[in-house]
Write a protein that binds this ligand. Sequence first.
Ligand SMILES: [Zn+2]
Length: 468
Amino acid sequence: MNVISKSWVFSLRTVVLTALCLAFSAAQANAQSLLRDTEIEETLREFTDPILRAGGLIPSSVDIYIVNDPSLNAFVTRGQNIFLHSGLILEADTPNQLKGVIAHETGHITGGHIVRSDYGNRSAYGSILIAAGIGLAAILAGEGEAGALILGGSQQFGALEALSYSRVNESSADQYAFEYMDRTGQSGAGLIQFFEKFRAQEVLSQARRYPYFRGHPLSSDRIDALRERVRDSEHATSSDTPEELHKHKMMQAKLRGFLNGPAEVYSRFPLADESNPARYARAVANFKQADLRNALKEIDSLIAKEPENPYFHELKAQILYESGKGVDAIAPARRALELKPGSPLLEIALAQATLQTRDAGDYGKAEVLLKAALQEEPTNSYAWYLLADVYERQGNTSLAKYATAERFYAIGDVASARSFAQRAQEELSRELPQWRRASDIIVVSDTQLAKKRGRRRGPKPLVSFTSR
Ligand SMILES: [Zn+2]
């Protein structure tokens, strides 16, 4: 796992999202973060893409985000974004249960249940604000001109969107979920199991419910309707493949390693447990406790078992890098990328380690890797940060300023982005694409800043947001 955040010394790639909101929203949202991890994202895509296709959606146009939040929640926003809380991933006992929930959320997308709403009725969904911010940043950092166009002419991103939660929509999303699972030859039983597992929530007070069930009230009618369809399906008893079960376990182990306290990890995965998930979780827990020796012992044992697994090499590189052994991290980071070529997060990890040699001959290598990563992920603020560092070391201060402008832009700090873009422009040749891009940043930032000023003078919203 890798990093993008304020604390770059952290494990999972964490994007602090509050900054994104500032660009367009007067409301305050909790500092929530997104988790980035190539392996987990790949597993989730494998689970999700067939469901999306069954729903007539194009998988590449649907983004999946993992929210670092132990509560049980999943939601969708306009622009075809699916958000899964880490708590939901951890609470799903099987891939089938997780897929059931994903299929239900897909049903909300295909059913057109996402509507714009006014300020009322939204307090539980402060996180959607944040979510909308991601879409915004993604657009901004894509084609500058298109971004400017969309932004310039739209109030829509400032307006709030929400699912209109109604029993009708919930039942309809359930039916879609069943159909998508059925069409892909999978059982809808997981969704029922998942609902039943949390059926007790229904009798608890609203406040104590998991957020998912605040938005997805469960009624026996709903569960019964679903159960009936599942029972009649020829795929009722289809089960997850051993490979899927394994990936699910590894995903959960990795998340637990990074997100749970070491004591919890050791109690769930005692030393006697020599399974891959147990070793994986312990490797991370040891590393988090600065027990480098045992962290390496666990990860090396996994590499010995599966030398072709890119993510074991990736974790080893991360452990070394974040333990202050950046140069030692180069070899495993390179191996990870060899085994998973073109993966942006792995490219960034290798660039980051490569820069630790402080060898001027390596700057160019890091530059190539970072540019490749940014090609895939133009809003990756950490990649921009490293690229600015590379330019700085190469003595190319104008490009360093440009890259810094991009970095601030990616996190929604338009005031800083504008300032750096302007300073970059003063030094850059007009012929360069970076000059034009800096222009775009200035134009869009101005629009945003003007909007913000206008809003500050405007009337206060009737309802203030209290994020959960
Ligand atoms: Zn729902």
